[in-house]
Design a protein around this ligand. Sequence first.
Ligand code: NAD
Length: 502
Amino acid sequence: MSTELPVINHWIDGAIRESKSGSTAPVYNPATGQVQANVALADQAEIDEAIASAQRGFEVWSEFSMAKRQTVIFKFRELLNERKPELAKIITSEHGKVLSDAMGEILRGQEVVELATGFPHLIKGAFSENASTGIDVYSIKQPLGVVGIISPFNFPAMVPMWFFPIAIAAGNSVIVKPSEKDPSASIWMAQLWKEAGLPDGVFTVLNGDKLAVDGLLNAPEVQSISFVGSTPIAQYIYETASKNGKRVQALGGAKNHMLVLPDADLDLVADQAINAGYGAAGERCMAISVVLAVEPVADELIEKIKERIAKLNIGNGALSPEPDMGPVISGVHRDKISGYVDIAEADGADILVDGRNFKVDGHEDGFFFGPTLIDNIPLDSRAYTEEIFGPVLSIVRVKTFEEGVRLINSGAFGNGTAIFTNDGGAARRFQHEIQVGMIGINVPIPVPVAYHSFGGWKASLFGDAKAYGVHGFDFFTREKAITSRWLDPATHGGINLGFPQN
Ligand code: NAD
């Protein structure tokens, strides 16, 4: 480890906490390929310290009145809204996505903060007067305690914001374990919470790798885990946290298809395929990676997509004028994407536009991968069945709507999908028959707004707990049902050992 580079530490007890673990991981600027900092990797002592601080934070925060909690959340929202360009710069420098896209992710996270400002309405209980003679029944919702949030590299601000505004509003304290590839966004948000008046210990950032994750999974004090990342790790998190008696939200990977019917406007479709396939260099869990063209439109659509790829500007997302697409997250990931294109080629696919060995002038060491377009990909090729998570779009030709639906439903994942058509009946049938959690009708990246919930089906989500919306408030609270009678001589029934009846 170079001693000149800054170290990104933990945030514990409302302040930066220098790590003494002696273990770090490099944080790159993907556009230059240079290491710009090292992130601390927590050891067990630091994990224990973070949990103990979060427990103290919970004891204080859960006793704040709802009105006082609301004031803090409103303040956080105002500060975030004012200062989000700072956060966007941090995201671009560690993740690589272009600045306007970083801003877009913050806005989608801010939506959840805005939803959380209205939390009293969403966690109020219910009251039934006179459920039985003189007996009232009511329910109240209480926070869980210390909750863990483990996030992926691709949305370093938005994904933590899918969870923590709601968790905090509901009275919990949170420990965020960000991706070790881009951890600074979480530290920035921790500082913002402090300025907003959140008591120390309610928002903790624990940097680390598998050791930190396992520390949260195994700690009895941690009541729930909210995870977003790749499918194998989501499954591991779901199984381990469940075994340890915790609530779990576990969102995994994706392979999202766009079904194009012959009546669709192909210029609109080509624009949307480019946006959804290559935006954020394809590193979005809702990116489109397969265009299913119902013949006879494939050849025409391919020409339109190729024309648009030729005009894309790829470069350092922090520079002005802003390019359309930045680099991918790491050299290792770039090589993995390249390996999938090799597999497709070896399996007999046609590589129509080849992004392997792509270089950007002046940024020769950056982790760039050019937009790639593949045709005639065999359906048993791993490049078709597995998630690539890069700027690679495959075209699959189908003869009918039904064949397209069958193909989508036969896949392992069920995160997002889209249909492009002007036929309302076909769209309605699609939404009914498709085995996918989030569906776009002429919308390529159908990420639900904050007051609906986010979650896929099959290998894209383990268990049944979705992120944010009403699901989020249910997840971060537990309910008590109270049956109450105020005894008076008129309603007191005397001794009766039978089971209570109405
Ligand atoms: P990842 O699974 O490698 O890492 C996610 C988190 O898990 C990180 O914080 C990481 O430190 C931790 N982790 C990694 N390996 C671990 C292990 N063996 N044990 C315990 N913890 C471990 O995912 P990533 O590469 O950061 O993110 C990309 C993936 O996330 C893609 O598969 C993408 O589809 C998925 N994703 C899904 C959604 C969704 O909503 N479904 C959203 C965003 C990203």
